[in-house]
Design a protein around this ligand. Structure first.
Ligand SMILES: O=C[C@H](O)[C@H](O)[C@H](O)COP(=O)(O)O
Length: 245
């Protein structure tokens, strides 16, 4: 996995393209501009003929736009995109990016996506936009995974931003599953909340017709492998948003 962000940190230095010039430090970029700069940097890894995982979210959107632009300019050829959400599917179609799926292309050359949190070991939290399951399937099938984040996403420990750790669950008896999730992490001050939207607090429904329970932690979990295995062992859980290295 490589991480590219506006200061162009890249964990795979030898494979990284030549850095594009950074703006002078006196120029303050907005968070959206930082996302765009990071996304464009990640697209430098894309080569003609690649099968590409297309991420989801406000950062990945810039990368997908740029890939579409380079195809339209004739600078990239024979690209096949595999989208990680319905939203990215629609965006890619509107840009004329040829699409396929994992059934036809079970191995991808490269995937580019954003993240909600990155810890010092490059473990990630993803899915605050609701797309974690397809992201994990697509990005788990790629040879290289470039994660684009601005510095606000760098945390000391997963959950350390105080924001959600998403878990996709089946709608059937969701309260039961949410309570079991919260119970798993009682000693870490975990609170589990069903993700909702709108004035009537309707459950948020994923692209896979599931719900999302967001876990909030007061204390560092520590053993992420144990946390991952414990969550996945619960019947009713489909997938969680931790991407562990
Ligand atoms: O479900 C959403 C995805 O995991 C996103 O990649 C993640 O939430 C980061 O999104 P953004 O770039 O909008 O912060």
């Amino acid at each position: 996995m490589a991480v590219a962000f506006p200061r162009f940190l890249c964990t795979e230095g030898s494979a990284a393209p030549t850095p594009t010039p950074t703006p002078p430090s006196s120029v303050a970029l907005t968070q959206d501009e930082l996302k765009r700069v990071a996304a464009y940097k990640a697209v430098e890894f894309v080569e003609s003929g690649m099968v590409l995982g297309l991420g989801t979210g406000s950062t990945a959107k810039y990368a997908v736009d740029q890939i579409g632009e380079l195809i339209q300019q004739g600078k990239l050829h024979n690209i096949v995109g595999i989208p990680t959400s319905k939203k990215t599917h629609d965006q890619a179609i509107s840009l004329g990016i040829p699409l396929s799926d994992l059934d036809t292309h079970p191995v991808l050359d490269l995937a580019i996506d954003g993240a909600d949190e990155v810890d010092p070991c490059l473990n990630l939290v993803k899915g605050r936009g609701g797309s974690l399951l397809r992201e994990k399937m697509v990005e788990g099938a790629c040879r290289r995974f470039v994660v684009i984040v601005d510095e606000s996403k760098m945390v000391k420990w997963l959950g350390g931003s105080g924001l959600a750790m998403p878990v996709e669950i089946v709608p059937f008896c969701w309260k039961f599953t949410a309570e079991r999730l919260q119970g798993l992490f009682g000693e870490y001050g975990c609170v589990a909340k069903l993700r909702t939207f709108g004035e009537n607090c309707e459950p948020f429904v994923t692209d896979n017709a599931n719900y999302i329970v967001d876990l909030y932690f007061e204390k560092e979990i520590g053993d992420l492998k144990w946390a991952s295995d414990s969550i996945l062992r619960l019947a009713g859980v489909v997938e969680h948003g931790m991407f562990l290295t």
